[in-house]
Design a protein around this ligand. Structure first.
Ligand code: ADP
Length: 485
């Protein structure tokens, strides 16, 4: 918008007509005072200012405008009929004006000057806007940087206070902070703590985690500088993710040596105890079996002998399970796989199970019709375990269904279905873990929670898939998936 300031309406009229003819929006004021008021309310791209006016003259108006921060940048063109003398022109420039036009006005010259000034004004305004947004961008960045620094300091303070070894790293995996504890194990921030020669190198674990962007959790043995003693530590590193990208890593080493040693002592005890129990038990079992064969069926003592044999068998299974556990712990649960007819293996197992559980209907559905690679004794152990659990955890139903089928991918599916208490989804996820039992109530049968753990280990050695599908109150299907030979 252009403001024309002149005390004569006819002058305003003629100027306005010329400018509007060329699409310039125009406003007008009849005196210097009115012009000043208008500039406070409206932004103008240019002011065309008559020098000679009654009251405040053009120079005074220009002086006031140049002293005001809001209006100082508005270009002014003075209009004058008389002030052609040099001193007047100089006065005009001193008071902040940019150009001068002498009356009578040549419309072409006026338009040329107006166009130039308006363009300059626009460019100036754009530059100012750009400068303003740059300034606020810089302010914003400064503030964010300060906030990040404050956060980092807070985090470092916390990491110094914890008993673990702690470090942080950039998204690219470059360590940028370590706490004091780090220097007990390494002499430099740039040198990763070394692990025991038999454990995975920490640098490799770290690089893998950084490359995958996934949380790292590993047990490693490390030792203090100049110390000979290795201590088990749990190394964890968590990526901090913002807007879907890793921005930082925070890691710790926690000393778990005490726990590891306690677990080892417990495992050693279990191994020794079960070995020591096994020898006398084997003799007892042999004698009771002998007694059983020589006791005529109709005698009074026969039921007692039967019951003793049953309890001895239970004890034998338990001790065998404990021995299996220690074998698994020591990596010694090894066995060969041989070509095995899966259906025949199930036939034999079912026959045996039917004798152990005469009150249950163990039904069969489907056949595999193929051979698999298996260790018969161990695979049988898994099936017996599944069926024993089905008996134990479905006390009020008679039927246990064994389902076999050959899948489209060639694998053999085998499932043991019961119609008992079932398992919740959350518990199903842990059911194959060592010592896991669904939380006990008075009515849940007793057990140690090791049977399924052993099954899982045996099945892994068969390269088999396994799992459970269950609905609380309706029953469960424990299944395995064996690759065809
Ligand atoms: P145990 O039966 O000796 O406790 P297992 O390892 O065989 O140990 O089973 C672990 C847990 O899984 C059991 O304690 C039980 O809670 C649950 N479970 C196993 N089989 C079944 C089943 N067929 N139905 C319901 N729960 C089961």
């Amino acid at each position: 918008m252009i403001l024309i300031v002149d005390d004569r309406p006819e002058n305003i009229f003629s100027l306005k007509s010329i400018l509007e003819l060329h699409s310039f929006p125009v406003d007008s004021a009849g005196s210097g005072e009115e012009a000043l008021k208008k500039t406070l309310k409206q932004k103008y791209a240019l002011i065309i200012l008559d020098v000679q006016m009654p009251g405040m003259d053009g120079f005074e108006v220009a002086e006031i405008l140049s002293g005001n921060s809001q209006t100082k940048d508005i270009p002014i063109i003075f209009l004058s009929a008389v002030s052609t003398e040099k001193k007047f022109i100089t006065k005009g420039y001193n008071s902040g004006a940019i150009d001068y036009i002498i009356k009578p006005i040549d419309p072409d010259i006026l338009l040329l000057k107006v166009k130039t000034f308006v363009r300059l004004y626009e460019q100036n305004r754009e530059l100012n806007l750009m400068q303003e947004s740059l300034r606020s961008e810089i302010e914003f960045r400064k503030k964010t940087e300060q906030q990040i620094q404050e956060k980092a300091q807070e985090l470092h303070g916390i990491l110094e206070a914890i008993p673990q070894i702690a470090f942080t790293a950039t998204s690219a995996g470059l360590i940028d902070f370590v706490n004091e504890n780090w220097y007990l194990y390494s002499d430099s921030i740039t040198k990763f703590i070394s692990s025991h020669p038999e454990d995975a190198p920490i640098k490799d674990l770290w690089n893998n985690a950084v490359m995958s962007g996934r949380e790292l959790e590993a047990e490693v043995r490390i030792r203090k500088l100049k110390s000979e003693v290795w201590h088990y530590h749990l190394l964890t590193a968590i990526p901090i993710i913002e807007n879907g990208a890793v921005v930082k890593w925070v890691g710790t080493f926690t000393d778990i040596n005490e726990q590891k040693m306690a677990v080892k002592r417990k495992d050693d005890f279990l191994t020794i105890a079960s070995h020591e129990l096994k020898t006398p038990l084997t003799s007892i079992k042999a004698y009771v079996q002998l007694l059983d064969t020589v006791t005529p069926p109709e005698t009074e003592t026969k039921p007692y002998v039967d019951r003793t044999l049953m309890q001895v068998n239970k004890l034998d299974t338990l001790i065998n399970d404990l021995l299996d556990i220690s074998k698994i712990e020591n990596g010694k649960l090894n066995f060969d796989l041989k070509e095995t007819d899966f259906d025949q293996l199930i036939d034999r197992t079912v026959e045996m199970l039917q004798q152990i559980y005469p009150s249950r209907d163990i039904t069969r559905e489907g056949r595999a019709g193929v051979k698999v690679m298996a260790n018969e004794v161990r695979l049988e152990q898994v099936i017996i375990n599944f069926v024993s659990n089905a008996v134990k955890y479905a006390p009020n139903s008679k039927e246990i269904k064994l389902i076999t089928r050959k899948q489209e991918d060639g694998k053999v599916y085998f499932g043991v279905q019961d119609f008992g208490i079932g398992i919740s989804r959350a518990d199903s996820e842990n059911i194959f873990n060592k010592f896991f039992r669904v939380s006990d109530t008075d009515s849940t049968p007793q057990g140690l929670g090791i049977g399924l753990y052993i099954c899982a280990e045996i099945l892994r050695k068969h390269h088999a898939g396994f799992g459970v599908e269950s609905e609380p109150g309706k029953g469960s299907v424990f299944w395995i998936e064996l690759p065809q030979k």
